[in-house]
Design a protein around this ligand. Structure first.
Ligand code: IMP
Ligand code: MG
Length: 182
């Protein structure tokens, strides 16, 4: 539990406030894992596809909370780089190796902001004939209503720039066990 924001992990960099604590995240991820476990059966051949890099910790914790056989793969889409505002331009830099065909696919996203990432990626994944395709997002900023809303959302996020638990600002802060605003 971070009791102060002047942790050695921050190396003197300043954060505004903790928005979701390590304990809150842990409890919510356990609930989401249980919900996903109830939504599928072993015969669905669940494939969890994490969107890197932001989802790496969430995927790691989420799959351990799912009580079903499953496979894990990852995609890399281009990010904001050093911007705090989405450019809306989404490129696929690394594609999943797993075949999606006939499988129950859950795309795991760290945070939905403009929704551009999902809008660009979902049609491309749907072309690969998954039996089903759902999105599980840890955070949703509700600044837009994307064409495809995530089926599972961890937390409603304030419209602030958030870092930690996988989320970065110019690659910093991904390793924080909590989520903070900057
Ligand atoms: P969207 O395409 O605008 O929905 O943005 C989604 C992506 O932008 C996420 O996967 C994050 O990588 C990044 N992003 C959006 N908001 C934040 C934030 O508050 N902190 C860190 N990254 C963010
Ligand atoms: Mg990012």
């Amino acid at each position: 539990m971070p009791t102060s924001l002047d942790d050695t992990k921050l190396g003197g960099q300043q954060l505004r406030r903790v928005v979701f604590s390590e304990e809150e995240i842990k409890a919510r991820v356990a609930e989401m894992g249980a919900e996903i476990s109830r939504a599928y059966t072993a015969t669905d051949r669940l494939l969890v596809v994490g969107l890197l890099k932001g989802s790496f910790l969430f995927v790691a914790d989420l799959v351990r909370a799912i009580d079903l056989p499953l496979h894990v793969d990852f995609l890399v889409a281009s990010s904001y780089a050093k911007e705090k505002v989405s450019s809306g331009d989404v490129r696929l830099l690394y594609d999943a190796e797993a075949s999606l065909e006939g499988r129950a696919v859950v795309l795991v996203e760290d945070i939905v902001d403009s929704g551009a990432t999902l809008e660009r990626l979902l049609p491309r994944l749907r072309e690969r004939d998954p039996a089903s395709l759902e999105v599980c997002a840890l955070l949703h900023k509700r600044v837009s209503s994307p064409a495809h809303e995530p089926r599972w959302i961890g937390f409603e996020a304030p419209n602030e720039f958030l870092v930690g638990y996988g989320l970065d600002y110019a690659e910093d802060f991904r390793h924080l066990p909590y989520i903070a605003s900057i």
